[in-house]
Design a protein around this ligand. Structure first.
Ligand code: NDP
Ligand code: MG
Length: 384
């Protein structure tokens, strides 16, 4: 029996992780759950999974907590994430909050010696060097949950001391894969939220449409697998069956395949090194017929080019890209601007701020705040 704390339990990843706990009550029990604004769903989860601690990062009055869920300890406010990440005893901590809030939580969990299952990609994007160093010191390598990185991690099992010479990061291409640049620029919220293959939270779905998601994933892979960016290729693969692949010195390429279902990589991290049933459909290659591949287009999807530029620049460039993108996506989701403005705002923030240091967490949070401020200042010019 393994105990797990889930940070962001009300989200897309968090609820799927809980569905696996529900499927395997003899294997997992829940230590702590955290939510931000969805208190009602958190109450239901506490009723069902009976954690020791429940946290709401957006405070509500203690009187608003229903009687029947008061058996556990309730902690409120942004600092409550630390209680769930580091104070409550647990064998594993799944960090599945969205955004840069994940960085501090990952560091807290690693400093407490916890095994981190990492869904939150922003932690590595913004503080990759600090996170990897903390994981090394803790002697607890991160277990990736992001499907591409889980695929690469799975491909590397049994690779002995052979390090790959290249990573092939697959991408569905999102809903705008075949669209002309002008049409992408004018796309609406509804169009961006229609992902062809994966069902995910709103922010990452928009990032898949702009390919900022793949930009963040190049950065994530760079840190997780210590691979230079020029050895990480983006392979657009619209069927999302190959979840990524690795190439070795002898030319052999090993890939991981399956239906697009996040329960598989979540399960792999939770049960590692074992595999458990997930409720996912088996892969039927006969009915698929064929798998296709294209090159990622850096003209229609400038995020891919920006990712490589920011990695080459070092410092806090990736943090600026990430913070500006988060702020721009939030404005887009509020219907304040057209889709193309997301990229213009990120490029604008990078131009305005140049590069900034990223020696420690304070530097990173400062660069993130400055990127968001830069977007807020440029936003009025994008409206309409
Ligand atoms: P969701 O938006 O569905 O869920 C986010 C979770 O984080 C919710 O529990 C939410 O609480 C909580 N949250 C939101 N804001 C804050 C905050 N400021 N502080 C603390 N908690 C907060 O996101 P996803 O589950 O889609 O994604 C989570 C992470 O996993 C992201 O980093 C994403 O990039 C990554 N990921 C997701 C994949 C997916 O398939 N969804 C695939 C690969 C990676 P509440 O709902 O109560 O407001
Ligand atoms: Mg992914």
């Amino acid at each position: 029996m393994q105990s797990i704390s889930i940070l962001g339990s009300t989200g897309s990843i968090g609820t799927q992780a809980l569905s696996l706990v529900r499927l395997h009550p003899d294997k997992f029990r829940v230590s702590a759950l955290t939510a931000h604004s969805n208190a009602e769903l958190l109450f239901e989860q506490v009723r069902e999974f009976r954690p020791e601690v429940a946290c709401l990062t957006k405070e509500i009055p203690l009187g608003a907590i229903p009687e029947d869920v008061r058996f556990c300890r309730w902690v409120m406010g942004p600092d409550s994430l630390k209680v769930a990440a580091a104070e409550v005893p647990a064998d594993m901590v799944l960090v599945s909050v969205v955004g840069i809030a994940g960085l501090q939580s990952v560091m807290d969990a690693l400093h407490a010696g916890r095994q981190v299952l990492l869904a939150n990609k922003e932690a590595l994007v913004t503080g990759g060097h600090l996170v990897m160093d903390a994981a090394r010191r803790a002697g607890k390598p991160l277990l990736p949950v992001d499907s591409e990185h889980s695929a690469i991690f799975q491909c590397l099992q049994g690779a002995a001391d052979n390090t790959p010479v290249r990573l092939l990061l697959t991408a569905s291409g999102g809903p705008f894969r075949t669209w002309e640049k002008e049409r992408i620029d004018r796309a609406t919220r509804e169009e961006a939220l229609k992902h062809p293959n994966w069902s995910m939270g709103a922010k990452i779905t928009v990032d898949s449409a702009s390919m900022f998601n793949k930009a963040l994933e190049i950065m994530e892979a760079r840190w997780l697998f210590d691979m230079p960016a020029d050895k990480i290729d983006v392979l657009v693969h619209p069927q999302s069956i190959i979840h990524s692949a690795v190439e070795f010195a002898d030319g052999a390429v090993i890939a991981q395949l399956g239906v697009p279902d996040m329960r598989v990589p979540i399960q792999y991290a939770m049960a590692y090194p074992h595999r458990l049933p997930t409720g996912s459909q088996p892969l039927d290659l006969f009915s698929l017929g064929q798998l296709t591949f294209e090159k990622g287009d850096e003209v229609r999807f400038p995020a891919l080019r920006l990712a490589r530029q920011c990695l080459a620049a070092g410092g806090a460039a990736c943090t600026i890209l990430n913070g500006a993108n988060e702020a721009a996506v939030a404005a887009f989701l509020q219907g304040k601007m057209p889709f193309g403005a997301i990229t213009r705002l990120v490029e604008g923030a990078l131009d305005r701020l140049g590069n900034l240091p990223a020696e420690n967490l304070d530097d990173i949070f400062d660069a993130d705040a400055r990127a968001r401020r830069a977007v807020a200042e440029m936003l009025p010019a994008m409206v309409g």
